[in-house]
Design a protein around this ligand. Structure first.
Ligand code: CTP
Length: 410
């Protein structure tokens, strides 16, 4: 039980009624809510019901003399441990991403010095709109924790992503954020090294071999480990993601550059190899752009060389091996058996096997099994941020009691 307080901004969407359930659920968990209701939010729930459930005055207006006399908007923005926007509408996300401050909710989001969690809910087309995607990226880059909405039937009759997650799931995320704020963190003093994204293997100055990896899972793991207090080095292939807050990103292109950057980043207490490293590279990368008619050939053949295996190389180090080495394995069948064979071949301690038979690559959800030498856990299908958080917690448990990077460096 926590005795924390959140500042809850209730935006104007059909899901606003669930914010009332959220206030009750949080109160049951010992978390108090002070609420701001936007003008649009007040079309769906009333200040009276918000106030009755939260047991406090519900704030609505930036220019209210009464409200300002009671608690100025700057003071209000700092009066809780965490600011939560739920439901966060497309408009609220856009205002927050662009730094608008023309009503009480947006001004509070601008003025607060506290962490912010936003829980979007909107029509599927609005959620998938390029503008919303840009805004979410910007907010995440600014260090705002933006949850992914659920998929399913919507109040408007359409189907897809955009539904507010279950109230219990939102309350869990809020409690998790609140726990992160208090006291020492489980990974303080530990160094985590992560690879993410694809590699690009050049053929000539304008062409390369690569794959569809988005980097989302690796970036989420880096963010989750940093949130638990680890110093995080993220060696990343080319992706279009903003670096998570507090993470040191080393950008690379090729597998060989990725290996070199990892070697340079050692020592580390944990190494997580999430990158989709290209297994091969063109044996020769031409210095000049290859021409269709080079040497009179119309269809040149491509000679390939094997890339170094970064996971194997770091796993099998005799000196300076990270204390815990975790690989990923993309499988469509016989998950446990294939993961164990891979673990043995590559010498790593755990394998996170993801079922890639569906829409995992590039998508926001993942279904994984955590395979360790003496166990296998099948985790339910969940968004990549939730997978990252759960894995980070397991890593923290495994590293508990180990000395951290000072010891590793000796
Ligand atoms: N890996 C690596 N360096 C490589 C290739 C892979 O570090 N050159 C790492 C990946 O980051 C991942 C694991 O090894 O942690 C995946 O191994 P891989 O053998 O590529 O497995 P799959 O992608 O699952 O493919 P396959 O089962 O076909 O071998």
């Amino acid at each position: 039980m926590s005795s924390k307080r959140i500042l809850l901004i209730i935006g104007g969407g059909i899901a606003a009624y669930k914010s009332l359930e959220l206030i009750r659920e949080l109160s049951r968990r010992g978390v108090a809510s002070r609420c701001i209701l936007t003008k649009a939010g007040a079309e769906f729930v009333t200040p009276l019901s918000v106030s009755a459930l939260s047991g406090e005055k519900c704030f609505t207006d930036l220019f209210s003399l009464d409200d300002e006399a009671e608690m100025g908007h700057i003071q209000l923005s700092r009066s809780a441990d965490l600011v939560v926007a739920c439901p966060a509408t497309a408009d609220l996300l856009a205002k927050a991403a662009q730094g608008h401050a023309n009503d009480l909710a947006s001004t509070t989001l601008m003025a607060t010095d506290k962490p912010v969690l936003m829980v979007p809910a909107m029509n599927v087309r609005m959620w998938e709109h390029a503008a919303t995607k840009r805004n979410v990226e910007t907010l995440r880059g600014d260090g705002v924790h933006v949850m992914n909405p659920d998929e399913g039937a919507m109040a408007c009759g359409e189907f897809g992503s955009g539904r507010l997650p279950d109230v219990a799931v939102i309350a869990d995320a809020i409690e998790h954020q609140l726990d992160m704020l208090s006291g020492p963190k489980p990974l303080d003093g530990q160094h985590a090294l992560i690879t993410a994204g694809p590699t690009r293997e050049p053929l000539d100055p304008v062409r390369y071999l690569s794959n569809h990896s988005s980097g989302k899972q690796g970036y989420a793991i880096a963010g989750a480990l940093a949130a638990l207090g680890a110093r995080v080095t993220l060696v990343s292939g080319p992706v279009s993601l903003s670096p998570p807050r507090g993470v040191d990103v080393v950008p690379v292109e090729t597998a060989r550059e990725m290996l070199q950057a990892c070697e340079e980043a050692l020592p580390a207490d944990v190494f997580i190899s999430v990158a989709a490293v290209a297994d091969w590279r063109p044996s020769m990368a031409a210095a000049k752009k290859l021409k269709l008619k080079d040497e009179g050939k119309t269809l040149p053949s491509l000679a390939l060389s094997e890339n170094p295996d970064i996971l194997s190389t770091l796993s099998k180090k005799e000196k300076g091996r990270p204390g815990l080495v975790i690989g990923f394995a993309a499988e469509t069948h016989d998950v446990e058996q294939l993961a164990r064979a891979k673990m043995k071949r590559k010498g790593c301690d755990w394998i996170v096997a993801n079922d890639v038979s569906g829409d995992v690559m590039g998508g926001d959800v993942n279904e994984v099994a955590l395979v360790t030498p003496d166990s296998v856990e099948h985790w339910p299908r969940m968004d990549k941020i939730a997978v990252a958080r759960q894995l980070a917690e397991r890593i923290a448990e495994a590293l508990k009691g180990q000395g951290g990077e000072q010891v590793a460096a000796e």
